[in-house]
Write a protein that binds this ligand. Sequence first.
Ligand code: PGA
Length: 325
Amino acid sequence: MCVVAYLYYTGISFFLCLVYFHYCTFPSENLLNSILFSLSLSSSAYSFCYYRAELQANRPDGTACASGVEGPRKYLIGGNWKCNGTWDANDDRVTMFNSAGAIPANVEVVLCVTDIYIPMLLQSIRKDIAVGGQNCGVNKGNGACTGETGSHQLKDIGCTWVIVGHSERREGFGMAGETVGLCADKCKVAIDNGLNVMFAIGEKKEEREGGTTMDVCASQLEPLAKILDAKDWEKVAIAYEPVWAIGTGLTATPEMAQETHKNIRDWVSTNVSPEIATAVRIQYGGSMKGANAKDLLAQPDIDGGLIGGASLQADFFNVINGVPK
Ligand code: PGA
């Protein structure tokens, strides 16, 4: 298929370039120049047309191992590289992850990286690790949204996932933060554009101390419950990330996390439907790492993790291998 396409595109563009260069640009006796220029341009045509397909096709195979307890839901481990990494550093990480051994069959893994490195990851990371964005615009398609990446574009380049509603974006690092309504709207647009969404929610330290953890989580889920259809929920995982645990080294104890996860599932059961509550995956996020993953993932309502710092290291695979076996 690729070879046929190559011959087709290079043939047409070679012919067009030859006519142009030979008759319009170079003196007609300089045929060699025309041929050389035409050849290089026609090869570029091939690259242009097939670059995107190759992003996917070149990904090396990963290996699954059969081990892993089948639970009611498949575990979902998301890596969130945030605004970290350069070409070389990310290349090293890809090499490390590609040689890190098998991923248990009961786990789905996705890495969410800075937009500009998405093509690099799509081209080089093993096929059993999906690639996603860390944010997307609320715009449904192309438009005048300078600096934004639309979910239609993430989908177009080959992403299957996007994180929406991360607390850093809700808070806003020097910009206006994202409201609960905006996060819900983005989630709906991303789903409509064919992506799966890790929808992040969670309370701040003072809110936990004030006993309002579940009120905060509910306020973040309410607009989502209003805007999503039952079918949309198949494409959503809820990432419960207590803000006080993100990047701080403080982790909710497995019991604390389980309690909130159970409350979130109960909330979904009451406010969306019991079937969706049973099916929806709820990930834990906040200083999750190899050392604590096993105990967190052993909890009945913890269906995975959203991992920041540890996903930049080989330790990410300790988290993946922390799923019940
Ligand atoms: P952390 O980040 O694992 O570094 O705490 C988690 C996240 O922000 O998604």
